[in-house]
Design a protein around this ligand. Structure first.
Ligand code: ZN
Length: 398
């Protein structure tokens, strides 16, 4: 593991990115269903910056006692020295020693570093507090709140790249991803968003072209739609991927690597990637009643050069007979699309609250513009979605 002292963390892009904290007056009240539309916390953000209280393998950690104090939450052991919960009226965070993830209002959120037990407290790495937790809990602390109008949907695979398939080759990923994407386009367009797709037919598009298309269109959000696969039939559920923050390792990687410190264009939206990823994962899991495999991190090629927030969404496992069977139903695919759209709406509402605006997404911003078809032109080479390890997106469940 590389040496990562706390002073070098202060030079981390996220710290530089955050700049002075400005937002204070943020709505935190619940509206609508009690399932916590709002979980972000109304606290003075200037008090949130945490100084490391412990160092583990060169990584700065802060105690949950401090975290609870800064977030105005109550701390309670569930299992002494092993499991702890922080809770407030609307938010519940669960931490377990040695786990590289937390549970945030019932949804798994993966971390860059494991939770550590020291003395009479559990500790979370300073970088995870800043990068994985705060964008969801206190998004008002981050500047450059993105607008949300143009959404580019990226149906995974296509043409000579079929993606994964169900047993007996009954359903193929490239067809399902396109169908779900079209349904999602309908759901989002009906709410007034300007929606484009990287492909709208069974054509092949190079991975790097997909982000380039979104950038050329001036997208405010990019959603890459996929189906998952693994070498066993028992694994099922939903995974949502946000681009791995600079200075952290991807979820499937154990140890920190030198390349993990590199910053990519996709890292400029680290806070918003986490925020929209959380909402989309939550809506998918709740709506579909599917197993929650978490908000994960990977340096997917399709997210690497994005100028806007983006996600790669694994909507189910075609290697699982039950999920593959459900995916054969158009009604289920519509539910998948609706859940993703609902996640986008939740994200929109939070952005609106941060800006103190009235809703844009709910009423629709106006005329939905169409974009030139030539921007969806295909490419030449067959390559699956892949991350910095060269893994395809179908190996994500290992
Ligand atoms: Zn895929």
């Amino acid at each position: 593991m590389s040496v990562r002292k706390s002073d070098t963390l202060l030079n981390h892009p996220i710290f530089r990115f955050m700049g002075p904290v400005r937002q204070r007056n943020i709505l935190t009240g619940a509206s609508g269903r009690a399932i916590a539309l709002v979980l972000f916390l109304n606290i003075p953000c200037g008090s949130l910056h945490a100084a490391p209280e412990a160092t583990l393998n060169g990584v700065g950690y802060i105690g949950l006692k401090s975290v609870a104090g800064r977030l105005g939450m109550t701390r309670k052991w569930i299992r002494p020295n092993r499991k702890m919960v922080l809770h407030s009226d609307w938010t519940r965070l669960e931490f377990e020693s040695n786990e590289r993830r937390i549970t945030l209002n019932g949804i798994r959120v993966y971390l860059g570093y494991p939770i550590a037990a020291r003395g009479s407290d559990l500790f979370v790495s300073e970088s995870d507090f800043e990068i994985a937790m705060r964008p969801i809990l206190t998004p008002q602390a981050f500047p450059k709140v993105p607008k949300l109008y143009r959404i580019v949907i990226d149906p995974g695979h296509g043409g000579k790249d079929p993606g994964t398939r169900s047993a007996g080759k009954i359903v193929f990923e490239k067809n399902l991803s396109l169908d779900i994407s079209r349904r999602l386009r309908g759901q989002l367009a009906a709410r007034g968003y300007a929606v484009s797709m990287t492909r709208d037919s069974d054509e092949f598009i190079e991975l790097e072209n997909r982000a380039a298309i979104a950038n050329r269109l001036g997208a405010d959000l990019f959603l890459s739609i996929h189906l998952n696969a693994v070498g066993t039939t028992s694994v099922a559920g939903i995974e949502t991927y946000a681009f791995t923050p600079s200075g952290q390792s991807s979820t499937r990687n154990g140890n920190f690597r030198a390349g993990d410190n590199k910053s990519h264009p996709g890292n400029r939206n680290d806070p918003w990637n986490a925020l929209v990823g959380y909402y989309v994962q939550r809506e998918l899991v709740k709506s579909l009643e599917a197993p929650d495999r978490g908000l994960k991190r990977a340096r997917w090629e399709v997210l690497k050069t994005l100028n806007c927030p983006g996600l790669l969404i694994e909507t189910g496992f075609l290697t699982n007979p039950t999920e593959a069977g459900k995916m054969r139903s158009s009604g289920y695919r519509e539910e998948v699309a609706r859940a993703i759209a609902n996640g986008v709406f939740r994200y929109q509402k939070t952005l609106n609250r941060i800006r103190g605006m009235t809703s844009v997404g709910a009423k629709g911003p106006g005329i939905v513009r169409r974009f030139p078809e030539e921007l969806t032109a295909g490419g030449r080479f067959v390559r699956h979605a892949q991350d910095e390890n060269g893994f395809s997106d179908h190996e994500s469940s290992r």
